[in-house]
Design a protein around this ligand. Structure first.
Ligand code: E4P
Length: 219
């Protein structure tokens, strides 16, 4: 399973990249705003800075909501770097735009997906990635991982090449659930990725090993 980091924070992207397990980045307008990135030129420069850090795909979301404007914005984003994936919302004009980008060979990520039906539409339109938001479903007492299971089944039934990018991942249980189900990618914050490292028996075991080593060495 590929690991994407879900942030526009350059330091966190570098930290995940340095760990050696990062396969890509997803951003959204809220994450860009959180880093204080606004204005066309700053936004473009920020995407270029992210692309310079990572080796894999970088999702850049369109702000437009009409077909014509999404095409214009997405085509401009796609020219920034070959790593750019145009992130398009799951709305009627978005589906049409995904079909257009797919025919043009421009990579897409269909975002704000909350049902298997939406994921089916995204695959039929030729999306490169589909982003079901599992954390936000959990927030409304709906099983987010069950949606990943349903999409996996449907995509496997018809061999759709669209990759399931489990989004809105909040913690290690989400990551492991996605890996068990067979999501192609998960995107989450650095804290969720680092949480995979942690177990108290690892910490206490290491402390014991180091103490025994020091004792044997007469320190
Ligand atoms: C997806 O690409 C989104 O950026 C993201 O995963 C949303 O997550 P959130 O629900 O934690 O905001």
């Amino acid at each position: 399973m590929k690991f994407f980091i879900d942030t526009a924070n350059l330091e966190q992207i570098k930290e995940a990249q340095d760990l050696g397990v990062l396969d890509g980045v997803t951003t959204n307008p809220s994450l860009m705003a959180k880093e204080g990135i606004s204005g066309d030129e700053n936004v473009i420069n920020h995407y270029k800075a992210i692309c310079a850090i990572v080796d894999g795909d970088v999702s850049a979301e369109v702000i437009s909501t009409t077909y014509e404007e999404m095409i214009k914005e997405g085509e401009a984003l796609a020219t920034l770097d070959s790593k750019i994936v145009v992130k398009v919302p799951m709305i009627k004009d978005g589906v049409k735009a995904i079909k257009y980008f797919s025919k043009k060979g421009i990579k897409t990520n269909c975002t704000l997906v909350f049902t298997a039906g939406q994921a089916l539409l995204a695959a039929k339109a030729g999306a490169t990635y589909v982003s079901p938001f599992i954390g936000r479903l959990d927030d409304i007492s709906t099983d987010g991982l069950a949606l990943i299971e349903d999409i996996r089944l449907i995509y496997d039934n018809y061999q759709y090449p669209t990759q399931i990018l489990a989004a809105s991942v909040r913690h290690s249980a989400h990551i492991l659930g996605c890996a068990k189900i067979g999501a192609d990618v998960m995107t989450g914050p650095l804290s969720a990725i680092l949480s995979l490292l942690k177990h108290p028996l690892t910490d206490s075991g290491l402390a014991t090993f180091l103490a025994d080593h020091a004792k044997a060495a007469g320190k």
